[in-house]
Design a protein around this ligand. Structure first.
Ligand code: SF4
Length: 413
């Protein structure tokens, strides 16, 4: 077989990695190479994200070590029964590429995943070796995210955590039934067991660093995971519930949602059409509600329709407010932070500003107007010194009055 050039391998293995959404790099430790020590940085202008038109992060070299795989996950373009061109990098090749891209200022770090070759252990060893070459031989201080393989031995996964800024283990699908059907070689128990081990190691390392300044860092950017949306019959209620349990049980930094995209040469068990991208967006909004707005998972899903899915035409916070109108209006001069955060159109920053301003004076509608992009949307849900919505909050047509208008896209706009 003809040997592929590095560029050809890069074409295949970067393309194969684009289906993974979990590559944001926030929250890691600050390192730099000021003073001539080492190479790379995770701070200042170092880590910033730009996104390709399809929404994928391109500030990291996002690549697979190989797209050969012994598993046969139906939703994956790299599954063993898929008829795609295959390629494989050595750890040294990935390290060299990362360094040369870094020096050219193309990237801020490396996001490395892989198909499984020979075994979970063999593949994990190769990934760890790549990170080791970068960190130990080149003193690379840029960002490294390693996707770990739950089937690999705990020792290897631990080594990955010692070298990487962030690690992730994909749960892939929100339900055990979905995973069994679409990823028959994977096991939900094994995945969660690996996540549990990772959580414990991260907490132990944090604890050790509080007591010993030179204790080794362990995945300072935490662990994350990804769920595929729309490949199986799971509803948004299933997905939100799963995400909430993952945050609670494993202290994940992020759960990423990736709308299933039909792949070339697709398996017959998959849907023919991708779910609307806005569904992925609504799930990110619901995730935000749980992480920053004090919503519990069962409150978020209370906004879902009878099919268990969140509405697509309005965001989940507005859907919740319209469904639970008895909670409104909220007095911006008196209500708690928790209740202010439930007002559609008020973000965490606006709520912070309201709380700070009302210590000095009584707020009027025009004060709130300065903090929001749409006063019309907010008015039915608040009381100010000079405004009370009276019947507006209970109007049957309230949704039509305040929901963003659905606009027809212009063909030549
Ligand atoms: S393990 Fe499954 S999801 Fe991962 S590369 Fe192999 S076939 Fe794809």
């Amino acid at each position: 077989m003809r040997q592929l050039s590095t560029l050809e391998k890069l074409g295949i293995l970067a393309d194969a990695a684009k289906y993974d959404a979990s590559c944001a790099s926030s929250g890691t430790a600050k390192r730099h190479s000021k003073g001539g020590k080492g190479i790379g940085s995770t701070e200042g202008m170092g880590i910033c994200h730009s996104y390709a038109p399809d929404g994928r992060c391109i500030s990291l070299l996002k690549i697979l070590l190989t797209n050969h795989c012994i598993f046969d996950c139906h939703y994956c373009v790299n599954r063993k029964s898929s008829n795609v061109p295959r390629a494989r990098f050595t750890p040294q090749e990935v390290a060299d590429l990362t360094l040369s891209f870094y020096r050219r200022n193309y990237i801020e770090g490396l996001f490395l995943s892989s198909g499984i070759v020979k075994s979970g252990d063999h593949t994990m060893e190769q990934m760890v070796e790549t990170a080791r070459i970068l960190r130990e031989e080149h003193d690379f201080r840029g960002y490294i995210h390693l996707k770990t393989i739950p089937e690999a031995s705990p020792e290897l996964i631990h080594r990955a955590g010692l070298l990487a800024d962030r690690v992730s283990i994909n749960v892939e699908l929100p339900t055990v039934a979905g995973l069994t059907r679409l990823a028959p070689d994977k096991n939900a128990g094994t995945i969660e067991h690996a996540m549990g081990g990772m959580k414990q190691a991260i907490e132990e390392a944090k604890d050790a660093r509080k007591r010993f300044r030179h204790a080794p860092r362990f995945a300072p950017g935490g662990q994350s995971t990804q769920m595929i949306v729309g490949a199986d019959g799971a509803s948004d209620t299933d997905i939100v519930g799963k995400a909430s349990r993952l945050y609670g049980n494993f202290r994940l930094r992020r759960v990423y949602y990736s709308a299933f995209s039909p792949i070339p040469d697709a398996s017959a068990v998959l849907p023919l059409k991708r779910p609307p991208l806005v569904r992925e967006h609504r799930l990110y909004q619901s995730d935000w509600l749980m992480r920053f707005y004090g919503f519990a998972a069962d409150e978020v899903v209370a906004a879902a329709g009878p099919d268990g899915n969140l509405p697509l035409d309005i965001d989940p916070k507005l859907a919740w407010a319209l469904k639970f109108r008895e909670q409104f209006p909220v007095d911006v001069n008196r209500s708690s932070r928790e209740m202010l955060l439930r007002v559609p159109g008020l973000g965490t920053r606006a709520v912070g500003q309201i709380l700070a301003s009302r210590r000095h004076r009584t707020l009027r509608l025009e004060d709130v107007a300065r903090l929001t992009t749409s006063l019309a949307r907010i008015r039915p849900f608040i009381v100010t010194a000079d405004w009370r919505p009276t019947l507006l909050t209970d109007r049957a047509d309230l949704k039509a009055l305040i929901a963003p208008r659905q606009e027809q896209l212009e063909l030549f706009g």
